[in-house]
Design a protein around this ligand. Structure first.
Ligand code: 13P
Length: 258
């Protein structure tokens, strides 16, 4: 059975715990239960525990924005996936901001993906090229390396639930998202990588998101792209009206495709 669409809010390092509660309350009221859309919220570590009690569970699930790949030990300042496993269904892994500001390399991303799966958490693996890599025609190579390395410890069974997110670095925090044709080329290529690794069945069961300057007016154009199953939303998810409209847009796009 085809899975529901997926909309993920990435709240990055923006909200205090209090502000997170306020936003969750507003979203609880604003967002209806859509049976064809799963909505996931990713507050900071600090807010995960209170958020788990505040979210309307018919409407929302939680994701971690990051995690450490060891399950426990002398790792001051780190939070492991095993510590979060009761709180979250998903974890964002390999976001370009982690790769850029925290020097996360391909092997670390692979170990985090494996740690998520080991702890029953579904990874949302972010991949995407920088502007320079795109200009130098390296997009396919970058996406290939990021995907193949990150998944190298997963069996096809592990990979079936996987979520991939195409987040071109140049479209994050930008004025507008990548164009649908650009998204299509990247998503086709990403799905091809998964097919090569695990076969057709796994490829058709994974979900692929697009992230980068998503706003309500772009939702229908992006959701029309074949192979795109949802969105990973940054700034617009901090505003309950805009995020609510994005969720409704994904719901309507899914209805019109049925
Ligand atoms: P913006 O939607 O703010 O461009 O951020 C996208 C993103 O990085 C989501 O993970």
């Amino acid at each position: 059975m085809k899975q529901s669409k997926l909309v993920v809010a990435n709240w990055k390092m923006y909200l205090s715990t209090h502000d997170t509660s306020v936003l969750i309350n507003r979203l609880n009221k604003k967002v209806p239960v859509y049976r064809n859309v799963e909505v996931v919220l990713s507050p900071s570590y600090l807010s995960l525990q209170p958020a788990s009690m505040e979210i309307d569970r018919r409407k929302f699930r939680l994701a971690a924005q990051d995690g450490f790949y060891k399950d426990e030990g002398a790792f001051t300042g780190a939070v492991s996936y095993s510590q979060m496993r009761e709180l979250v269904h998903y974890a964002i892994v390999g976001h370009s901001e982690r790769r850029r500001f925290f020097n996360e390399n391909l092997d670390e991303v692979r170990d985090k993906v494996a740690a998520c799966v080991r702890n029953g958490i579904t990874p949302i693996l972010c991949v995407g090229e920088t502007k320079q890599e795109r200009n130098e025609n390296e997009t396919k190579q970058v996406l290939h390396d990021q995907i193949v390395t990150a998944l190298s410890d997963l069996t096809s069974e592990d990979a079936e639930d996987l979520v991939l997110a195409y987040e071109p670095v140049w479209a994050i925090g930008a004025e507008e998202p990548a164009k649908p044709d650009t998204i299509k080329d990247a998503v086709d290529w990403m799905r091809y990588q998964v097919r090569e690794l695990y076969g057709q069945k796994t490829e058709s069961s994974i979900r692929v998101l697009y992230g980068g300057s998503d706003e309500p007016q772009y939702v229908s154009g992006i959701m029309e792209v074949d192979g795109v199953d949802g969105l990973l939303v940054g700034r617009a998810s901090l505003n309950f009206e805009q995020f609510g409209d994005i969720i409704t847009g994904v719901h309507l796009a899914a209805l019109s495709k049925d």
